[in-house]
Design a protein around this ligand. Structure first.
Ligand SMILES: [Zn+2]
Length: 340
């Protein structure tokens, strides 16, 4: 480029720069540069898998719980073991809080147990063997551990991390699904329920070809907020706008308690779901990073605010309104026809 063209282009370039900054300030509200490190998260995923399969009640799972606790404590978080017994099995949710006396308004959850039997394995001989759960168990947990590391201390008291036990044994030996989250919610008093603005669940978020359509029972306003951040960050090919159907997962007990909740989950489930092939090589640091970055921005934007996420109006209320309006009209019409 010559000096002459520089002189001609410079004012135009300045105008363009000013224009693009003003457009950015109107449309792109995201100013926070994410610190979330996908490679770190991937290491946390592999670390969990190194304990082997981690079904409820197993020594592997209690070793993994110790690993999660020690790691978060090293970042300064307080860890509480929430112990409960289910089907004569000792289970533990792990709860990480920054300031135990304060009620965090944002609760992030993931299950850290893995399925005791590979019930969907194509080989019938494998179907009673436990799965490794790299994606189904370790991936969501890994994202939460990395978030716990990178959040700035000024916003940590707005956040609570819960690692659920006993999520993934449904249909085996009389077990139901989502027992850890069910127990956790059963222990909340009404004051604590009211103080939670949002519950965000991550489950199966590690697949190298991650696809996250919108889970249909999640609270729309909360889901819209997260998906909008993902769009602005250029992740709309991962956070899809399509309907992902209804999933029974650890967000359900929160929804049932009247808490806004969203499930961030890969659907349709990957081909290796509940098989012995759910191993770290199916997952990638890039996928973990996309989810982690979006959640980091979500936390930065929603910590220390009074913002709440309106709950969806149950469809039964809509049906009730339609009946309430149409019934008198039908009755009036009936009597009108009878009289004349
Ligand atoms: Zn599962």
């Amino acid at each position: 480029m010559t000096n002459t063209s520089m002189r001609v282009l410079s004012p135009a370039a300045i105008v363009l720069l000013v224009l693009s900054f003003s457009i950015l300030s109107v449309t792109g509200q995201i100013t926070h540069v994410p610190l979330f490190d996908g490679e770190n998260a991937y290491t946390y995923l592999v670390d969990q898998c190194d304990f082997g399969p981690r079904p409820p009640g197993s020594e592997n799972l209690s070793l993994c719980a110790g690993y999660i606790a020690v790691t978060l404590e090293s970042f300064g978080w307080n860890i509480t073991y929430q112990n409960f017994t289910y089907q004569e099995t000792a289970c533990s949710n792990l709860i990480a809080t920054w300031n135990a006396t304060e009620n965090a308004s944002l609760v992030f959850g993931a299950h850290y147990d893995t399925r005791p039997e590979a019930t969907s394995d194509p080989d019938p001989l494998n179907r009673t063997k436990p799965i490794l759960g790299a994606n189904d168990g370790a991936s969501g947990t890994a994202v939460l551990i990395e978030l716990a590391r990178i959040l700035s201390e000024s916003i940590r008291s707005s956040v609570e991390f819960v690692f659920f036990d006993a999520e993934d044994s449904g249909g085996i030996a009389g077990w139901s699904w989502i027992q850890g989250s069910t127990y956790y919610v059963s222990q909340l008093d009404s004051e604590r329920v009211d103080s939670i603005d949002a519950m965000v669940l991550v489950d199966m978020v590690g697949d190298a070809e991650l696809q996250l359509p919108r889970e249909s029972t999640s609270t729309r306003s909360l889901q819209n907020t997260i998906w909008s951040i993902a769009n602005q960050m250029g992740y709309s090919e991962t956070f899809l706008s399509t309907n992902g159907g209804s999933i029974l997962d650890d967000h359900r007990p929160f929804l049932d308690a009247g808490i806004a909740a969203v499930d961030i989950i890969h659907t349709p489930f990957p081909w290796y779901w509940h098989t012995l092939e759910d191993t770290p090589d199916k997952c990638s640091a890039e996928s973990l990073s996309k989810v982690g970055e979006v959640l980091e921005v979500f936390i930065v934007e929603n910590a220390n605010t009074d913002g709440t996420f309106p709950l969806d109006t149950p469809y039964l209320i809509y049906i009730g309104i339609i009946v309430a309006i149409s019934l008198p009209i039908i009755v009036a019409f009936y009597y009108y026809r009878k009289r004349y």
